[in-house]
Design a protein around this ligand. Structure first.
Ligand code: GMT
Length: 385
């Protein structure tokens, strides 16, 4: 195979706490480490994007407030910044993470540039861009157009590929590239973190991490956790990517005030996850659930609802336990089994870590993205010949 030239790639994503932005950030870091030039373009610096890393750049989108606009517009200023960055740095590719509005803005940017200098547009679908917004008549046709007009599309699970074909009716091929996770080395010891959290070494500590949106079903999570306490007392750490205060009354009503520990907007997640024993996820829908993979990387088996792409990540009975949606009693049984049996926990935890490292590693998935980038660039240049 001829040597592959380094690529110049613009990445646009949501910079806030959330799986799509986290994945995009990690991908950018991994690509820069492999010699590619990466330009992040967003309204804020992605929260996990490190500073002073060679070949890793950030360009902020400025948004002016005009009185005429009742609702501020982000899509157009983003498209202009994407076009400017493409022109100034000679980008080969704009990689849009999460279709709305990034895929549409990327297409506008491509159209603003002369064809011979226009970047290829690749869109990665992450979840609710298909499963929620794709069904919204105010967004669906625009998403479909953006996907049909892109140079390449990827989805983070087989489930999401099938849903995108079913819901949005996209006929073109969609490449499935699963999410990956590269854990950073924790900065503090497990004992030090447990001490900060007020959890003794003999206590079992569960962990949940999410943006707390309604589909994460925090109500079910807390109710099931409360029912476990009579049979297998344990504690629950919630790494919240949003304000947890709306759930504080539920925590108190269920008598969990001394059992639930909350930390908001944490970027050093590795420090905390290594201090836990078990992951717990109750989503109604999930295209992948990056948090489960993060837990698996630290030998935490997960109890999770059997929805969406979760069974592609967490194998029932091997790396964790899956429970049908709506079966709260099943969640309780699964938690009791794992909390009260350290041998079972260790067996599933080791298998989880092995699966995370072998199947969902950066080595595997970054190479798949690169292969896709070169393939899309080659196809596009053939079209121009
Ligand atoms: O779609 C969302 O709710 C937001 C998105 C995000 O930015 O966190 O989450 C999606 O993308 C993640 C990264 O690919 C996946 O791990 C999540 O499963 C997915 N969320 C849903 O499908 C609900």
């Amino acid at each position: 195979m001829p040597p592959r030239r380094p690529l110049k790639i613009g990445i646009t994503c949501y910079p806030s706490v959330g799986g799509s932005g986290i994945l995009a950030t990690t991908l950018g870091e991994e690509l820069a480490a492999r010699g590619h030039e990466i330009h992040f373009i967003s309204y804020e610096r992605p929260f996990r994007l490190p500073h002073n890393v060679p070949r890793l750049h950030f360009h902020a989108v400025e948004i002016n407030r005009y009185e005429l606009f009742k609702y501020p517009d982000y899509t157009l200023p983003l498209s202009v910044k994407l076009a400017e960055t493409s022109r100034d740095y000679g980008l080969d590719i704009i990689h849009a993470h999460y279709a709305v509005p990034h895929a549409t803005a990327a297409l506008l940017a491509r159209d603003m540039l002369p064809p011979e200098r226009a970047p290829k547009v690749i869109t990665t679908l992450h979840g609710t861009d298909t499963t929620l917004l794709g069904k919204d008549p105010g967004y669906g046709p625009a998403i479909r157009h953006a996907l049909e007009a892109a140079d390449g599309i990827t989805a983070v699970s087989e489930f999401l590929r099938a849903e995108t074909q079913r819901v949005i009716g996209v006929q073109r091929p969609i490449e499935v590239i699963h999410n990956f996770f590269t854990p950073r080395r924790p900065a503090r010891s497990r004992a030090a973190v447990r001490q900060e959290l007020g959890v003794a070494e003999h206590e079992v500590l569960l962990f949940h991490s999410s943006n707390l949106r309604p589909l994460k079903r925090i109500d079910v999570l807390l109710a099931a956790f409360a029912r476990v306490q009579e049979r297998a007392p344990c504690k629950l750490l919630i790494l919240a990517g949003a304000d947890f205060r709306p759930f504080a009354a539920d925590v108190a009503r269920l008598g969990l005030s001394d059992r639930v520990i909350v930390r908001e907007n944490i970027s050093a997640i590795e420090d905390y996850i290594q201090a836990t024993d078990l992951g717990f996820f109750t989503s109604e829908s999930e295209s992948f659930c990056l948090s489960i993979l993060e837990a698996m990387a630290f030998k935490c088996p997960c109890v999770a609802t059997n929805v969406g792409g979760i069974p592609e990540v967490n194998i029932d009975g091997t790396t964790g336990i899956l429970v049908p949606l709506g079966d709260t009693a099943g969640l309780v049984e699964a938690l009791v089994a794992l909390v009260s049996d350290p041998v079972l926990r260790a067996r599933l935890g080791s298998a989880a870590q092995q699966r995370a490292a072998q199947v969902f590693s950066a080595e595997v998935m970054v190479e798949r993205y690169l292969k896709f980038y070169y393939q899309v660039c080659a196809e596009a240049s053939r079209r121009w010949r």
